[in-house]
Design a protein around this ligand. Structure first.
Ligand SMILES: *Cc1c(COP(=O)(O)O)cnc(C)c1O
Length: 387
């Protein structure tokens, strides 16, 4: 079936037959343990909820379908998914090549936990030039980690080209697909091996659940990840699994509206006298506009821009918004605005931020699905009130 149909039905087909209720929506299975008739045969295959739970399983099936993957796994957060993935793929003395413009929490996990505590080597490169990834790869490179579009600069990396380079060195390609969502980008079809998500963002879409996901098609790696997930206990709860299943049903319509609004707002900002650079892959002025068009089905709902002046102007502007909430996170139906330099990316040392291009005049917007005229009016009012 097509995306919109799978997003509503996969994992939630009503069951008929003896004892079945025919639920159209899967129940929230809260039971921590599952009884069996005799010692050797668990009922329905379930034993203990950390290992496997019917509501989580339904979500995992749907997550796999969204990315065109054979397998899906649901975790208690995006960072839990990333942790399980990295401890499963890396060994003592492994090396990781990661893009430089990276979710702050991922950079912190790689640098402060894997490098500082376990001696894993990390190289950060600007992967807009795939040649730099090639140069950074070593004999012990196990993982090439990409996030595209990037956060907060919305750079685009060539997933297909970088996957070829990584595979010729026998490294796994992981793509954090949180920003695009599977509606606009399917990395596995472009050559990547594994996709990770913070379902907290677009996939759940309502800013009311923290969760993470891994989707992939390789059976051996899946078994390894499933083992590590059970061994570490990094699972999504039944209630959050239900919320996420519900959220996914509207993913397609939400993404279309996010993108429609974001395009209008990006164009409005582009011609604004108080705005410098605008970062949005849907603008022809974007450096990788063509690549974005080829690789993605749409430019998404995230954008950032530099306000003329500096930190002071950015902070004043942000404090004047009324429809946009001044908050971290993204991907919900409500619009959010934030200051990457001092909020989402505060854990990155100032020198590195400068090097990457995260200046203190940068403002990041997560465009919601409200009426775009109300959003533009809110931005205009805030621009007018800064001195
Ligand atoms: C939020 C986010 C994460 C981390 O996910 P949590 O659910 O907050 O743990 C990872 N990658 C990206 C791109 C994110 O936006």
């Amino acid at each position: 079936m097509k995306f919109e149909t799978d997003a509503i039905h996969v994992g939630e087909e009503p069951e008929f037959g003896e004892g079945a209720s025919g639920d159209v929506v899967i129940p929230i299975h809260l039971s921590s343990t599952f009884a069996r008739k005799n010692v050797d045969s668990p009922t329905g295959g379930y034993e203990y909820s950390r290992t496997s739970n019917p509501t989580r399983n339904a979500l995992e099936k749907r997550l796999a379908a969204l990315e065109g993957a054979r397998y899906g796994l649901a975790f208690s957060s995006g960072m839990a998914a990333e942790t399980v993935l990295l401890i499963s793929l890396l060994k003592k003395d492994s090396h990781v090549v990661a893009c430089d413009d990276l979710y702050g929490g991922t950079r912190r996990l790689l640098g402060r936990v894997f490098a500082d505590n376990y001696g894993i080597e990390i190289s950060h490169v600007d992967a807009t030039d795939a040649g730099r990834v090639e140069e950074a790869i070593r004999e012990n490179t196990k993982v090439v980690w990409l996030e595209t579009p990037t956060n907060p600069l919305l750079k685009i990396y060539d997933i297909g080209k970088i996957s070829e380079i990584a595979h010729s060195a026998k490294a796994f390609v992981v793509v954090d697909n949180t920003f695009a969502s599977p509606f606009f980008q399917r990395p596995l079809g472009l050559g990547a091996d594994i996709v990770v998500h913070s379902t907290t963002k677009y996939i759940n879409g309502h800013s009311d659940s923290v969760g993470g996901a891994i989707m992939l098609s390789d059976e051996k790696i899946y078994e390894k990840l499933k083992f590590t997930q059970n061994a570490t206990g990094a699972i999504l709860s039944p209630f959050d699994s239900f919320l996420t299943l519900r959220g996914i049903k509207t993913l397609a319509v939400r993404m279309q509206k996010h993108q429609e609004n974001a395009q209008k707002i990006a164009e409005y900002l582009l011609s604004h006298p108080k705005v410098g650079r605008v970062n949005y892959p849907g603008l022809p002025s974007h450096l990788q506009y063509k690549l974005a068009k080829a690789q993605m089905g749409g430019a998404g709902g995230m954008l950032s821009f530099e306000i003329k002046g500096g930190a002071e102007e950015a902070k004043e502007f942000l404090s004047k918004l009324k429809v946009f909430s001044l908050a971290e996170s993204l991907g919900g139906v409500e619009s959010l605005a934030e200051h990457p330099h001092s909020m989402t990316h505060s854990s990155i040392p100032a020198e590195q931020k400068k090097q990457i291009g995260i200046y203190d005049s940068l403002v990041r917007l997560s465009i919601g699905i409200e009426n775009s005229e109300d959003l533009i009016e809110d931005l205009e009012r805030a621009f007018r009130s800064i001195t």
